[in-house]
Design a protein around this ligand. Structure first.
Ligand SMILES: NC(=O)c1ccc[n+]([C@@H]2O[C@H](COP(=O)([O-])OP(=O)(O)OC[C@H]3O[C@@H](n4cnc5c(N)ncnc54)[C@H](OP(=O)(O)O)[C@@H]3O)[C@@H](O)[C@H]2O)c1
Length: 270
């Protein structure tokens, strides 16, 4: 029998998850949603999913195999208080950025089975990357279930050590914004060379999207692919000489990612 999912928070990420689950064949009747927003409730109802503004106690506590926590990090602690009654039997899967397993266990109890996940924005189109880690109370079967649930919005990586979550947050969690900035910069540079904005945008977005797929589908790593398209004395080399002189871009990216990791660590301990 299919596991019963209780999804708490039906905003951007909650809706991406449900779209992924339904798209991968999960039946709507196995999902229940809680969200206070009328628009969220209407969106869930339109998908045939039982939805309510707060958690209806009647009967639900027996049927939630997994409680998926998709509220804002600042809302999580308050939300957890309402669901800790389930901690003896349900698995808790939290996607709240910066909220540690220990922090959740402090509310849910030391014996609670907890998985912490960090997805990223392309989850909205089923192309996210999610890193997961769990505490010792999560069985192999439940880890496999979490892999299935998060695979519905993209690829999944399990971490051996939760401490890697700050680095993951800095690389893939915040990463889409770095790539979007690269797109913006390419568009600006194209305009400075006389292209109109719309054309420059199509060229830049198409180039980033296509190159990502190309790198994903190739057996060669990114550096090998770059070397293969860089002819000595050619146009690409002229640009890379600027980007790479004295390690400029690598140095800048390293600083940026370290700043994000540091901030992730600070947020986790607040
Ligand atoms: N979006 C991303 O790309 C991304 C990436 C990685 C991780 N995450 C994590 O995913 C989580 C959700 O992010 P999001 O972007 O989906 O946020 P969001 O769009 O604001 O969705 C959160 C939803 O939860 C609702 N909510 C508030 N209190 C609730 C309660 N007591 N019970 C049930 N629902 C409640 C919110 O309603 P109100 O608006 O009325 O408060 C809102 O509809 C966050 O913790 C974030 O750190 C998101």
């Amino acid at each position: 029998m299919a596991e019963r999912l209780l999804l708490v928070g039906f905003g951007n990420m909650g809706q991406a998850l449900v779209n992924g689950w339904l798209g991968h064949g999960r039946e709507a009747r196995t999902i229940a949603v809680v969200d206070p927003r009328p628009e969220a409730l209407a969106a869930a109802a339109a998908l045939g999913i039982a939805a309510s503004a707060d958690w209806p106690a009647a009967g639900r506590e027996q049927s939630a195999d997994v409680v998926v926590l998709a509220v804002k990090p600042a809302q999580l602690e308050d939300v957890l208080q309402h669901y800790r009654i389930l901690s003896g039997r349900s698995l808790f899967l939290s996607i709240a950025a910066g909220k540690t397993i220990a922090g959740l266990a402090a509310v849910l109890g030391a014996e609670a089975a907890i998985v912490r996940a960090m997805p990223n924005t392309p989850a909205a189109i089923g192309r996210g990357v999610t890193a997961l880690c769990s505490n010792d109370h999560v069985t192999a079967d439940r880890r496999a279930l979490c892999t299935t649930l998060m695979s519905a919005i993209g690829s999944v990586e399990w971490l051996d050590d939760e401490r890697s979550m700050d680095a993951v947050t800095a690389v893939s969690g915040s990463g889409p914004a770095y790539v979007l900035l690269l797109i913006e910069c390419l568009i600006d540079a194209g305009q400075q060379l006389g292209l109109d904005q719309a054309l420059a945008a199509r060229l830049a977005v198409g180039t980033v999207a296509g190159t990502g797929l190309y790198a994903e589908q190739s057996d060669a790593d990114a550096a090998e692919l770059r070397h293969a398209v860089t002819s000595p004395g050619g146009t690409t080399e002229a640009a890379l000489d600027v980007l790479m002189s004295e390690g400029q871009l690598a140095e800048l990216m390293g600083r940026a990612v370290r700043a994000a990791a540091k901030r992730s660590g600070e947020l986790s301990s607040e």
